[in-house]
Design a protein around this ligand. Structure first.
Ligand SMILES: *[C@@H]1O[C@H](CO)[C@@H](O)[C@H](O)[C@H]1NC(C)=O
Ligand SMILES: *[C@@H]1O[C@H](CO)[C@@H](O)[C@H](O)[C@H]1NC(C)=O
Ligand SMILES: *[C@@H]1O[C@H](CO)[C@@H](O)[C@H](O)[C@H]1NC(C)=O
Length: 366
């Protein structure tokens, strides 16, 4: 509301009001009318956005608390890209989270309130959530590309792209906790290197995941690995004219941090073409989305085979530079694609480690 005093009593106007009572009264009257109009407009706007959020939120058994969690701060609720930011100083960092209408996102506001956060509700039709996507296809890839396209001219220094749930099997710390990943991420390293995969562990994706050139040459069929079969053709659609790589490898699962400059190394039309591919493809979302897991690093300038040394990766990405061999071995454990119910409040009776036996990242920092 800081426009109020400035609008009603601009420096010169108020002095004039003192010297000329008639004009002064007229000015105050006009100002009050304008304020009343602005206020009623504001009310209509907030009621509309509130009801559209509550429509799906209540339908899915969520409380209105999610309305608050859609953004930690000044985000518009109309789902429009923040055009006004173009003329403002860009933010230092933003989170981009791929969620669904039913996802409980309060963990963001509760744990990383210092991050400006973009929570996309992928299954909510356009216009009915603060942020959503043109079509719910391609899993998180649709969300990430939509953010890049809409915010191409107002990107922060660093954008961090992740799945919406706080605990994900592929989060690279012993608690599988996004909060730890976000808090420990070395932003200077991201600025300096441009693109950083948030996963260092080689489990799933490294040292090699796909062999596109060979699959293409030998016209291989492999029902057990549809991504490998589709990848060569989709690669050629996404990167027309670029040579098909022999080997593709990167730590899986589409979570990464990236600098504005790195995103800008490609024109917006590349991202638009990639999103159009997702919209039009006949592939099921889990396959088109998986293709993108092995596309991001190439799109952002890394070699097709991008499996850095694990020790160095933890040190640079998270500042964990004091890890023993044993720490490196134990830091990430495969527990299946779904974490145990109630994680991380684990139950030793169910054969799980006690919470205090799960390694802490404390000693890994130097
Ligand atoms: C919201 O805006 C205020 C002032 O306009 C600014 O100080 C604050 O940092 C902004 N918050 C976020 C999360 O961007
Ligand atoms: C959402 O998660 C928070 C913890 O971040 C929890 O306290 C709250 O009860 C959850 N809300 C619902 C509706 O499950
Ligand atoms: C480095 O790790 C060792 C054992 O793993 C630990 O004793 C030591 O305190 C750690 N150093 C720091 C600075 O935390």
């Amino acid at each position: 509301m800081n426009w109020l005093p400035r609008f009603a009593f601009p420096g010169r106007g108020s002095r004039e009001a003192g010297s000329n009572t008639g004009r002064g009264r007229l000015f105050v009257y006009l100002a009050l009318t304008a304020i009343a109009l602005l206020l009623s407009y504001q009310l209509v706007l907030s009621r509309e956005s509130l009801s559209s959020v509550s429509r799906w939120a209540v339908g899915k058994g969520l409380t209105l608390a999610v309305n608050h969690a859609e953004s930690n701060g000044n985000q518009t609720s109309e789902g429009k890209p923040e055009a006004h930011l173009v003329s403002q100083k860009p933010r230092e960092k933003e989170l981009v989270l791929a969620a669904m209408s039913y996802s409980n996102m309060s963990w963001v506001q509760e744990n990383v309130p210092n991050w400006y956060t973009n929570i996309y509700r992928a299954d909510v039709p356009p216009g009915e959530a603060a942020l959503t996507v043109p079509m719910n296809k391609g899993n998180e890839a649709m969300v990430f590309l939509t953010y890049i396209i809409d915010r191409y001219d107002s990107l922060p220094d660093v954008s961090v792209f992740m799945h919406g749930g706080r605990y994900q099997w592929h989060n690279d710390n012993p608690l599988y906790d996004s909060v730890i990943s976000i808090n420990d991420l070395q932003l200077d390293y991201v600025r300096e290197t441009g693109f950083v995969n948030l996963r260092c562990s080689w489990v799933v994706g490294c040292p090699v995941e796909l062999e596109p050139a060979r699959y293409f040459r030998e016209k291989l069929e492999d029902n057990g690995h549809p991504t490998a079969v589709e990848y060569p053709h989709r690669f050629m659609e996404l990167f027309p004219g670029e040579e098909l790589p022999e080997l593709v490898g990167t730590a899986c699962c589409s979570q990464f941090a990236i600098s504005r400059e790195k995103i800008h190394e490609r024109g917006i039309e590349d991202y638009q073409r990639a999103r159009q591919f997702l919209i039009e493809t006949r592939l099921a979302s889990e396959i088109s989305g998986r293709v993108f897991e092995y596309v991001w690093h190439i799109m952002f300038g890394k070699p097709a085979l991008n499996c850095p040394d694990v020790r160095e990766c933890y040190c640079r990405t998270y500042g964990y530079c004091n890890m023993t061999d044993d720490d490196l071995q134990r830091q990430w454990v495969w527990r299946g694609l779904v974490l145990p119910e109630g994680w991380p409040n684990v139950d030793p009776n169910a054969g799980l480690q006690k919470r205090d036996e799960i390694p802490s990242v404390e000693y890994w920092r130097k």
